[in-house]
Design a protein around this ligand. Structure first.
Ligand code: SAM
Length: 269
């Protein structure tokens, strides 16, 4: 077991701040439409690991702008429901599905990963990319994953991982919503899923994808800094100097192996 990190911010504040950040112009400028390391190539890999096919009913938890859900439906022919805390994300995701011509198979609803608005066993597979680390109550979320996937169904979690201790500098509200503050050792994610009832845990490491993302974000922050100083966009939490310092710290943690990125898959027996 690892120490429990916590923030003084109430849980609802963390979730709505996270949704606000990923609905902002900031996120789109820094990350594009796919808010996780490795982009759609790693989403496709997750789809392969979960054996998603035309008959699979997939739930995308914390679906963001719907980019992964639309991609999986088009590439693998599956049906997808995406859930996200942010109403703006949900509306934009539905628009993306309509524009891609897959609204008959892909839909989005607003909801909380810690209390999913779905029936027991409703899905064959769950994907959750780069979001589990931001949820204040990971025990509740992993129980919900287990409840809404059918027996014999699979979970695919993609997330930041840490080795050893991260600097306290990252344990801020901005650090949490940037997926850094509460990144867990991969064994701890596995333990949480096992406690919820999942078995057959497998891990695939993709640290280089995180390294590329952090490098790109640092380069784009220079342009975003100028736009922020000109008053053209506003950071929803913290300020530009904190964001630059956090990106610098994250880059050094990635370089010395304290931060990585992994895909975890698991079975509901
Ligand atoms: C880093 S983004 C990842 C989005 C998407 N999975 C992707 O890879 O593009 C994190 C997402 O988690 C969502 N989120 C945060 N807390 C949530 C919660 N408790 N329930 C559902 N979604 C949540 C945010 O609104 C945001 O869209």
């Amino acid at each position: 077991m690892t120490e429990n990190r916590s923030l003084s911010e109430p849980a609802e504040g963390v979730k709505s701040c996270c949704a606000g950040v990923y609905e902002s112009d900031w996120a789109r400028l820094l990350l594009g439409d796919s808010f996780h390391p490795g982009g759609l190539a790693l989403t496709e890999r997750l789809g392969e690991l979960l054996s998603i096919g035309p008959h699979t009913r997939v739930l995308d938890v914390a679906a963001g702008k719907g980019t992964s859900g639309v991609f999986l439906a088009r590439r693998l022919g599956c049906r997808v429901v995406g859930v996200d805390y942010g109403a703006v994300n949900v509306a934009e995701a539905a628009r993306a599905a309509a524009e891609a011509g897959v609204s008959d198979r892909v839909s989005f609803v607003q909801g909380d990963a810690e209390c999913l608005p779905f029936a027991d066993g409703e899905f064959d597979a769950i994907v959750c990319e780069c979001a589990y680390c931001t949820f204040p109550n990971k025990t509740a979320t992993s129980r919900e994953f287990h409840r809404v996937v059918r027996p014999g169904g699979r979970l695919g979690l993609a997330d930041l991982t840490r080795s050893g201790t991260l600097t306290e500098e990252l344990n801020t509200l901005l650090g949490w919503v940037a997926c850094l503050g509460d990144a867990q050792p991969v064994d701890e994610y596995a333990r949480q899923l096992e406690v919820a009832g999942f078995t057959q845990l497998a891990v695939e490491s993709h640290d280089e994808a995180l390294s590329r993302m952090v490098h790109d974000v640092r380069a784009k922050l220079l342009a975003v800094e100028l736009m922020t100083k000109l008053g053209k966009i506003m950071l929803p939490v913290g300020n530009i100097d904190q964001a630059k310092e956090m990106a610098r710290t994250a880059a050094s943690c990635v370089q010395d192996g304290r931060l990585g990125y992994s895909l975890l898959t698991a079975l509901r027996p």
